[in-house]
Write a protein that binds this ligand. Structure first.
Ligand code: ADP
Ligand code: ZN
Length: 217
């Protein structure tokens, strides 16, 4: 499958992308994960991105496009991909369309994940993430806690709250989502690619997405 997952911070894009990629072997490409790894490894990209991220702002489009052009060219993407957290602005979506056209690739669908705002806020404040940059498994202190001692069930690293999960940064991220990312819903609806899917229970959301007629690759 080749899909984009769209939706507000905390709606479950990362969780759903990980479940889908484990089931069907597609690669999950999360710009948030790529950026957090860069910040942790203090690369040139990480140094540039950190301040934007910690404040809940978007990282500039040209940096994101550089990352994604390189990432989508890698051979593992031939198995299909799930874009999680990208595109996030209209210019990113336009540049992605041009890039896919150049690569001769069609998207199957753009899945817009939906959940009520009170659930989203609750998820964002109770979310915890594995600090191992090659894992970044997502937990929730209420309904999906990490293992004994606050460590990741998969890799054993410490599970932590992200730097951008303070109440101030969360409300900034939601404001920016509404201004800059929500317009993509209309953009992809016009292209005929948009499908709305409720994101309340992960397994039901995954089944709903798989029920669409999606290409094998
Ligand atoms: P969430 O969707 O839960 O807010 P992500 O892990 O997708 O979090 O992203 C974390 C941060 O990384 C964002 O707040 C933003 O600063 C940056 N980021 C991730 N993807 C993009 C993107 N496509 N364009 C610009 N900034 C991005
Ligand atoms: Zn882990």
């Amino acid at each position: 499958m080749r899909i984009i997952l769209l939706g507000s911070p905390g709606v479950g894009k990362g969780t759903i992308a990980k479940l889908l990629s484990r089931e069907n072997g597609c690669v999950q490409i999360s710009t948030g994960d790529i950026l957090r790894t860069a910040v942790k490894d203090v690369t040139k990209l990480g140094i540039k991105a950190k301040e934007y991220m910690d404040n809940g702002n978007l990282v500039p489009d040209h940096l994101i496009m550089e990352i994604m052009e390189e990432r989508l060219m890698q051979s593992d993407c031939r198995k299909g991909f799930i874009l999680d957290g990208f595109p996030r602005t209209i210019p990113q979506a336009q540049q992605l369309s041009a890039l896919l056209e150049k690569m001769n690739i069609n998207l199957d669908y753009v899945i817009n994940l939906e959940a009520p705002m009170e659930i989203i806020l609750e998820r964002l404040t109770t979310r915890r993430t594995c600090c191992n940059s090659s894992c970044q498994e997502i937990y929730n202190i209420k309904n999906n806690p990490p293992a004994e001692g606050g460590v990741c069930k998969i890799c054993g690293h410490k599970v932590v709250q992200r730097d951008d999960e303070t109440p101030e940064a969360i409300s900034e991220r939601i404001k920016i989502y509404n201004q800059k990312t929500a317009p993509l819903i209309g953009y992809y609806a016009k292209e005929g690619l948009l499908r709305n899917v409720e994101s309340l229970h992960a397994s039901e959301t995954v089944s709903a997405i798989k029920a669409f007629n999606i290409s094998e690759v």
